[in-house]
Write a protein that binds this ligand. Structure first.
Ligand SMILES: [Zn+2]
Length: 374
């Protein structure tokens, strides 16, 4: 299993200059490679392969004199930039995303090294080719495993490093705790089939309010002014803060879930769902859902908890007690069945349906052949 571990970096001002140069070179390479692909396609309908581009990059880099500013980018890190472009193309061809576009220099914020090739851990510091040894804040020990790649990341708050490790597969005892269905709710962050409701924390809502204030500040300030630039930076910091608060919170929630339940039924995420991207809040919801599922999957695996994925069609409309269809608007928060009288929070009702569909509950109700049609 692959896991990544992130740490804060403290480069000196001189090191920071070189790190920025490396990101600049990586961005330049990405854009030139994209330009070449487009040109070859327009001229002769030839689709350029990643191997062709990697060969070109290697030959080109070897021919340059040492003082060429692009040589600051490690050769294999450059290969990874080209692979990144290639996978952007593949996703585009599969219809999963839009056409790859040129990247802006200030939006190109990471570069990845093969461990031991241009970057390595050395004497408690991070060695990066052309940069030197950078100070790392080891807020927790890097676990044992084989280090695969090292990614350097520029964020509004500073520099970070992500270590991708291949961890030995553990085979834990299957958990004997009870089964639960989980609905990622509209009104609640999560609703559980046993009636537990988990809402996103107050501090996150406060941070989001602050974000809106900062967005308004940016909009009000004059374009190109120093005051606007400052506000934009503050806004970016706040966005980063929210992303990390959200992630921390999902860490806590998923840990709690795998400690308390042995089988967890969730809805199957389909592509159509991920592509449905109407509004911004919708987008935030999907991102949040992605983090939740990613963390849940690996924690469940480590804890011997089984994850069952079920078809989620109509889980919020069907009555979990008698199976009849109770249509409701998005704004209706309570499920109230006119046929059997079952009343519950709408998301809890959906969670019960998810649990029953997984077939792992021990007391699923049996429909007694009453008047409604399932
Ligand atoms: Zn009912």
């Amino acid at each position: 299993m692959n896991r990544t571990f992130k740490y804060r970096l403290y480069p000196t001002p001189e090191q920071e200059v070189v790190l920025n140069d490396i990101l600049w070179a990586a961005c330049w390479l990405y854009n030139r490679a994209l330009e070449y692909r487009r040109k070859r396609w327009q001229e002769s309908r030839h689709s350029v392969s990643v191997y062709e581009q990697q060969r070109q990059w290697r030959d080109w880099r070897n021919e340059q004199p040492d003082d060429n500013p692009l040589r600051v980018l490690n050769a294999s890190a450059g290969q990874r930039v080209l692979r990144r472009l290639d996978s952007a193309y593949r996703e585009f061809l599969k219809g999963k995303r839009g056409k790859p576009r040129f990247k802006r220099r200030d939006r190109f914020n990471s570069v990845e090294y093969t461990a031991g090739d241009g970057a390595a851990i050395k004497g408690g510091r991070l060695y990066v080719q052309n940069v030197g040894d950078i100070r790392v804040r080891w807020h927790r020990r890097l676990p044992d495993g084989s280090l695969k790649s090292i990614r350097i990341l520029r964020k509004p708050s500073g520099w970070y490093v992500c270590f991708a490790m291949e961890m030995p597969d553990s085979e834990p005892e299957p958990s004997s705790r009870p089964a639960v269905g989980i609905d990622v709710g509209i009104h609640h962050a999560l609703a559980l089939s046993d009636g537990t409701i988990i809402d996103s924390p107050k501090y996150l809502q406060q941070s989001l309010r602050k974000l809106r204030v900062l967005q308004r500040t940016v909009a009000r300030r004059k374009k190109g002014s120093n005051r606007r630039r400052k506000a934009i930076h503050q806004l970016a910091r706040q966005q980063e803060r929210i992303a990390s608060q959200r992630r921390d919170w999902w860490h806590k929630v998923t840990t709690w879930l795998v400690e308390n339940y042995g089988v967890i039924a969730v809805e199957e995420l389909n592509l159509a769902f991920m592509l449905r991207n109407g509004s911004l809040s919708r987008h935030a919801h999907d991102v949040s859902l992605g983090i939740f599922r990613e963390l849940l999957d690996y924690k469940a695996m480590e804890a011997g908890v089984e994850i069952v994925k079920v078809n989620s069609a109509y889980t919020s409309q069907v009555c979990s007690a008698c199976g009849c269809l109770v249509e409701k608007e998005l704004s209706e928060r309570v499920h109230n069945c006119p046929e059997c009288g079952f009343t519950a929070d709408r998301d809890v009702n959906a969670a019960l349906n998810i649990l029953y569909r997984s077939g792992r509950d021990r007391q699923a109700p049996t429909w007694d052949g009453g008047p409604c049609v399932a």
